[in-house]
Design a protein around this ligand. Structure first.
Ligand code: SAM
Ligand code: SF4
Length: 341
């Protein structure tokens, strides 16, 4: 042993791959995987992407064969929940067949297949997704007013509302996601909550994170969890639930309705984080705020799975304690639409 070697992080234990698990140096096991199917999107939410995004070309993004191979490995390593996201996942041709292929991994331990979507094309795809085995949907809805919605996304609201109805009609469970940006849609917190409450659709407010175009995010634009609850407390009887692995803190309104708040900025949940992400180009990110990912595409193109498996395990093992401790934007160029929110 080299006596002079000073190590600040524990060494990764050597494990036989057959019994390997995805665990980091702080003992956090990873059970959830988010896959960005494409960086492309038909919306232009200013909190998510630059005004003039440069899209990847088709050859830059992982094929469905590569993605499926990756998912097989990840499920064998303990991933139980896969979420398809982007960009806009419904803009990737072949997405329904991919859900069907993923569904076959359920005999190997995959428990849930979810999707996060802006729902613009959902009316067209809802039934096929349900039949393919999609378990649930998170739908982004920043406002129920067409003008505010357009201000946030640059696109019309109506197709999104139709998408929500279509998902309900085919019986796919849904949750709504709303990113609050001060001065843009925060005056509608109560109204949106009342609307979702009346329809009994779970709503999640998300604190605005510094993952958009450079120099865009400012702390003053963040509406915090406490600020949201303060506004709602005038209208609802509110009970806070104990936070588990879910990134959202759950509140019960009037003892029945479930409201979630994802407070990455004001109350980071890094110590319980159990998720991993892969970008459309095949980079594994152990954290949304990491400055770089681990490129896996070349390894996915080889027959031998052992290098791929050990590279993944090594990347996961070295996940840092918490990237958001200083509440700064990462110094990389990649923004939310590209890493997969
Ligand atoms: N296009 C799909 C959609 O909008 O649902 C999926 C991709 S989008 C990147 C995933 C989620 O990330 C959405 O709910 C979106 O509102 C959220 N998001 C995007 N940029 C964000 C930011 N800067 N801070 C917080 N949430 C953000
Ligand atoms: Fe597109 Fe979703 Fe980003 Fe909006 S949040 S620009 S819908 S990827």
């Amino acid at each position: 042993m080299n006596g002079s070697k000073v190590s600040t992080t524990p060494e990764m234990p050597l494990m036989a791959h057959a019994s390997a698990q995805l665990v980091d140096q702080f003992g956090r096991h990873k059970h959830k995987l988010r896959i960005s199917l494409t960086d492309r999107c038909n919306f232009r939410c200013s909190y998510c992407m630059p005004d003039n995004p440069e899209w990847l070309t088709k050859k830059d993004i992982l094929s469905f064969e590569e993605l499926l191979k990756f998912c097989e490995v990840m499920v064998h390593l303990g991933i139980q929940h896969i979420r398809l996201t982007g960009g806009e996942p419904l803009m990737r041709q072949g997405v329904v067949n991919f859900v069907q292929d993923l569904n076959r991994l359920k005999v190997h331990g995959l428990q849930r297949i979810s999707m996060t979507t802006n729902a613009f094309y959902l009316k067209k795809y809802a039934q096929a997704l349900q039949q393919a085995g999609l378990d649930d949907l998170n739908i982004s809805l920043d406002s129920i007013h067409a003008d505010t919605f357009k201000l946030m996304t640059k696109r019309p609201l109506e197709p999104v509302l139709q998408g929500i109805v279509a998902a309900q009609q085919v019986g796919i469970p849904i949750k709504l996601n709303c990113v609050l940006v001060a001065g843009k849609n925060d005056h509608e917190i109560v109204e949106l909550t009342q609307w979702a409450y009346q329809q009994n659709i779970e709503l999640r407010f998300i604190e605005y994170m510094p993952l958009d175009q450079p120099e865009h995010w400012q702390p003053e634009k963040v509406i915090t969890e406490d600020g949201i609850i303060q506004k709602l407390a005038v209208y609802f009887h509110i009970n806070k639930q104990q936070r588990q692995h879910d990134p959202a803190t759950i509140y019960r309104l009037n003892d029945r309705y479930k409201l979630g708040i994802i407070s990455t900025i004001s109350k980071p949940f890094c110590q319980t984080c159990d998720r991993l992400r892969i970008t459309a180009t095949g980079e594994l990110f152990t954290c949304l705020f990491a400055n770089s990912g681990t490129p896996l595409r070349q390894l996915l193109q080889q027959d031998d799975l052992s290098s791929l498996t050990s590279t993944i395990m090594n990347a996961v093992w070295h996940k840092k304690a918490g990237f958001i401790a200083h509440q700064q934007a990462p110094s990389r160029k990649i923004s939310m639409h590209a890493i997969g929110g």
